[in-house]
Design a protein around this ligand. Structure first.
Ligand SMILES: Nc1ncnc2c1ncn2[C@@H]1O[C@H](COP(=O)(O)OP(=O)(O)O)[C@@H](O)[C@H]1O
Ligand SMILES: [Mg+2]
Length: 307
């Protein structure tokens, strides 16, 4: 199928609403200086979120007449970090945006193929756009918190934008649990009312991760999340990812070959050769892709001969 999308019905680019009850976060290791009010018991009626598998089947994409992806298929297993590597312009970001229905924000954009989350096609007509955004979150290259908004309000921005109701206790718990999961709680617990824009770049990126987590996604897409960060912040984000993957399936685009090897279990190499649309040359176990690639082009790329 080929569909032409209109962006007229899309008003948000932040992943949309999610139920607030029953956070599964690990408890903070350190108590806040001024403790937040906390629920004594967690609501028992909401089951823990299960890990989700994401599958792309024969995805092709166009901007106007220009085809940028050609029949890309990839399974991104549940509870695993999948890295997408390849030179600029080969369609990695487009592929990622198709995975959570952001591609259709571009008026000229069209696509063909299927995206399945646990065997459910996110592009089925009866599936709501907000459902895809809710279950498949996105973190971008440039940290994009709302700069004047407080750290606290940044975390729960996805709830507010959709009018999802949450009690003060639920909001407090959500903020603490998401900041803890994003590895930021210890650094900001005593200044939750300070503006998000006052944080360092690496902290802002972790705040954006916390904001994504607040709507309880089952998959987190990360498009070069560390490329604007220093090595120390990069390491912290990588550690955060390795913790998060116990709760959420992760797909990361990276140009950093060491990063792909440090964090990902499986890897896909994208390439758009000589004006052709992007396609996957090779994918599989990350260690094998780097040590013993099958395709000569993969070898050339991972050994730094081009790109
Ligand atoms: N909004 C857009 N409008 C038109 N063309 C675009 C748009 N975004 C990306 N492209 C084109 O799609 C191709 C793939 O881009 P992209 O997915 O950003 O690649 P990558 O992330 O691998 O660098 C490029 O040729 C790029 O110029
Ligand atoms: Mg890109």
């Amino acid at each position: 199928m080929t569909e032409i999308f209109s962006s007229s019905d899309v008003t948000q680019i932040i992943p949309l609403s999610a139920p607030v009850a029953a956070p599964r976060a690990r408890r903070s290791r350190r108590l806040p200086a001024r403790p937040l009010r906390r629920q004594e018991t967690r609501p028992a009626d909401v089951p823990p979120t299960s890990l989700a598998k994401l599958e792309a089947h024969n995805l092709s994409a166009w901007f106007g007449e220009h085809q940028v992806l050609d029949r890309v298929s990839l399974t991104m297993p549940a509870g695993v970090i999948t890295s997408l590597i390849g030179p600029s312009g080969c369609g990695k970001s487009t592929f990622l945006r198709i995975l959570n229905r952001m591609h259709e924000l571009v008026p000229s954009a069209s696509l063909a193929g299927q995206v399945l989350i646990d065997d459910q096609d996110i592009y089925e007509p009866e599936r709501k756009l907000v459902d895809a955004r809710k279950s498949i979150g996105m973190v971008f290259q440039k940290p994009n918190p709302f700069p004047a908004m407080s750290i606290y309000d940044n975390v729960i921005a996805g709830l507010k934008l959709t009018g999802t109701r949450a009690s003060r206790d639920e909001r407090d718990y959500l903020v603490e649990s998401c900041l803890t999961k994003a590895g930021l709680w210890n650094e900001v617990h005593d200044r939750l009312r300070a503006p998000g824009g006052g944080l360092s770049g690496g902290q802002q990126q972790r705040l954006c991760i916390a904001r994504s987590l607040a709507v309880k996604p089952r998959v987190l897409l990360m498009d070069e999340p560390c490329s604007a960060l220093d090595p120390t912040s990069t390491r912290v984000i990588e550690e955060t990812m390795l913790e998060l993957v116990n709760d959420v399936t992760i797909v990361i685009v990276t140009h950093n070959m060491q990063q792909a090897q440090r964090v990902s279990t499986q890897c896909a190499f994208f390439l758009a050769s000589q004006g052709q649309p992007g396609a996957i040359v090779e994918h599989g176990d990350t260690a094998a892709m780097f040590s013993d690639p099958i395709d000569a082009r993969t070898f050339d790329y991972v050994s730094g001969r081009f790109g």
